[in-house]
Design a protein around this ligand. Structure first.
Ligand code: AN7
Length: 359
């Protein structure tokens, strides 16, 4: 059997479609190439004839889709001679920035909202040696400060206002098309700063315009109800949600995301925190897939719209699971519905605990 070519990350795989030259030094951790998993049990429960796939972006090197954009943003920053990068973040961007900066041997500065990022993400920023600045404010205030700092200090901003970020992230759409041999009919994403939905739409349009595929999905963006500026049709000043990753009220990619929705005949909708957590648990229990709360917003919206018939039967749907469940163990444990059994360390008690739960 011939050996498979070693996978070395999405820049090498898609270099013809990215702003890279032959002698660019690529900063990669092997990101991309994430599994597209077809759900079995949830569609059966819904009693609807739909094909639901999840794109498990939590399996990227730092546990979220942010690695796709960060590999390119850091590669280009280094190519342009930058020694430092900076971002504001609800956690995942800072984890990715910290890791890729470590890999490149440059400094990462990360601004995070004090007390409002998940523990795993904070651990990542610290372990990778980023300079962590907690601000007594939210993501949107941090983002504003980063833009101002960028004008005064020689640091490269690696939030998604950096165009290389979306270029890297568009490759998720390429992978989906290549695997399904067509674009899905619907693509559901959680929306915070709105970069990812914009990047996916860019990717689908690129393959469509180059004749690689002859259809494009309707783009469905789901926001947490307490942080849903696209639903309110205006910026939200005090966003609140248990899904801290998408606790964002002033999305930077407003126009791009709005156009993705309009041009694809898709829609935005909102999900309550309760529905988000319920869906996170459902996916974990019924399909064996653990995503973080924000990620579950895509599937939560999808299931609701399939149930109501807004997404008709006979369609192929992809939901992006943007981040791994292990990012936020606290929220998972806090909402756990299964009791943890504590018994003495003897055969009789352990056996009893097992027999009582044979179901
Ligand atoms: C798990 O890390 O904005 O709509 O600073 O971490 O492209 O912003 C995170 C966003 C969805 C929303 N799911 O994506 C950050 C940050 C997860 C996320 C989103 C984020 P965008």
């Amino acid at each position: 059997m011939p050996f498979r070519e070693r996978y070395t990350g999405l820049i090498n795989k898609y270099r013809d479609r990215l702003p890279i030259s032959d002698d660019t030094r690529v900063i990669s951790l092997g990101e991309g190439n994430t599994p597209l998993i077809r759900l079995n049990n949830i569609p059966r429960m819904l009693e609807k004839n739909v094909d639901i796939y999840v794109k498990y972006e939590g399996l990227n090197p730092t546990g979220s889709f942010k690695d796709r954009g960060m590999t390119l943003a850091v590669t280009k920053a280094v190519e342009e001679g930058s020694n430092a990068i900076i971002c504001a973040s609800t956690g995942n961007t800072s984890a990715a920035a910290a890791a890729y900066a470590a890999r490149a041997g440059i400094t990462a500065f990360v601004l995070i909202p004090d007390g409002k990022i998940a523990m795993g993400k904070l651990a990542q920023a610290i372990m990778h040696g980023a300079v962590v600045v907690q601000i007594k404010g939210n993501f949107d205030e941090g983002m504003q400060l980063v833009k101002e700092i960028g004008k005064e200090v020689p640091v490269t901003i690696v939030n998604s206002i950096n165009p290389y970020r979306l270029q890297g992230q568009k490759t998720a759409a390429f992978e989906i098309v290549e695997e399904l041999e067509c674009a899905p009919d619907y693509h559901c994403l959680p929306v915070g700063n709105a970069g990812n939905i914009s990047a996916h739409w860019m990717g689908y349009c690129e393959y469509f315009e180059h004749g690689i595929v002859n259809n494009r999905p309707k783009m469905l963006g789901y926001q947490a109800a307490g942080a849903a500026p696209f639903l309110r049709k205006e910026m939200v000043d005090n966003p609140e949600t248990v899904a801290t990753a998408i606790r964002i009220g002033h999305p930077q990619s407003w126009d791009k995301a709005w156009n993705a929705q309009t041009d694809s005949n898709g829609w935005f909708d909102e999900c309550s925190d309760e529905l988000i957590l319920e869906t996170q648990a459902l996916l974990a229990k019924r399909e064996g897939i653990f995503c973080e709360p924000a990620s579950a917003a895509s599937l939560a919206g999808c299931i609701r719209d399939v149930k109501s018939g807004k997404i008709p039967e006979g369609n192929k749907i992809v939901c992006t699971l943007t981040g791994h469940g292990l990012k936020d163990p606290d929220t998972a444990i806090r909402q756990a519905s299964t009791e943890i059994l504590t018994v003495n360390a003897n055969l009789a008690e352990v056996k009893k605990a097992i027999m009582n739960n044979m179901g």
